[in-house]
Design a protein around this ligand. Sequence first.
Ligand code: FAD
Length: 310
Amino acid sequence: MAILVYAEHDNASLKKATLNTITAATQIGGDVHVLVAGSGCAAVADEAAKVVGVSKVLLADNAAYANQLAENISLLVNELAADYSHVVAPATTTGKNFLPRVAALSNVSMISDITAVVDANTFDRPIYAGNATATVKSSEDKILVTVRGTAFDAAAAEGGSAAVEAVATAADLGKSSFVGEELAKSDRPELTSAEIIVSGGRALASGENFEKVIEPLADKLGAAVGASRAAVDAGFVPNDLQVGQTGKVVAPSLYIACGISGAIQHLAGMGDSKVIVAINTDPEAPIASVADYFLEADLFEAVPEMTSKL
Ligand code: FAD
């Protein structure tokens, strides 16, 4: 049986997490079909059809799926899942929201946040905030998994030529409705897909200091801004900037941690970054143990100096 990948998108274009998820699906083995559920989203289906490794795209284009409400999406996916051995979704807010509902509807367990495919039934996933890796084997007929995007390379976005097939099912449960959304607008790259991240911690002491110290460096580097939970809880920055166990999981080429101690819950979100730079007054801070470059310095002096020299 084939594998169904749920596409993450905004009705206009495919989100990058989908490409990482497709790679995980191809590693499981078998035909990979991609479901594009949305409204006015034919362009997304065409984009998905070009991704290397995809053999078919299912297009569920209906007003019921416009905002991808988990109640409606889970019903659709549950119905389609009958023809598939695996349903695979990115471990994003959307995937984490609808796939457990599919698991409940189809009465199977779900394996979340996989970081490696061992074989078609066996997967690695982090436990204890990334301190250990569990290898989980499923003995069920249907396997539902969410995929940690940073653990898999993105599939090539161009080069495939899959057929697009319309799905007739339209499920509007009427249990929830979309009221509105407030999207943070920023010219900076999105945190989870940024190549460079400059993060600030409690040591910043205020939101103004984030603006004065962290943001200019981020702008010079074309980087995204991140933060520790302490900085978020203190109200210096909004919580969508939080990196860590209860925030976002990132793996940029370069992660610069300014005034962040490196608590285990923070490391769980950025430990896979390729190069880690830490700027901290305390050489004993735990972040020193994962940093490739550790600068023992006051961030209020070191960061503006770095910014001015770039
Ligand atoms: P601190 O630990 O207070 O560290 C501040 C650092 O700044 C220190 O190392 C200090 O030496 C340094 N410093 C001080 N002044 C300066 C200066 N002038 N220049 C340079 N360095 C300076 N945390 C997360 O980040 N993300 C999460 O997702 C997350 N999830 C959690 C989930 C749970 C269930 C729990 C219990 C905790 C979680 N935490 C998370 C919180 C985590 O345990 C830490 O409390 C938090 O990460 C600390 O943030 P911090 O490093 O900014 O602050």
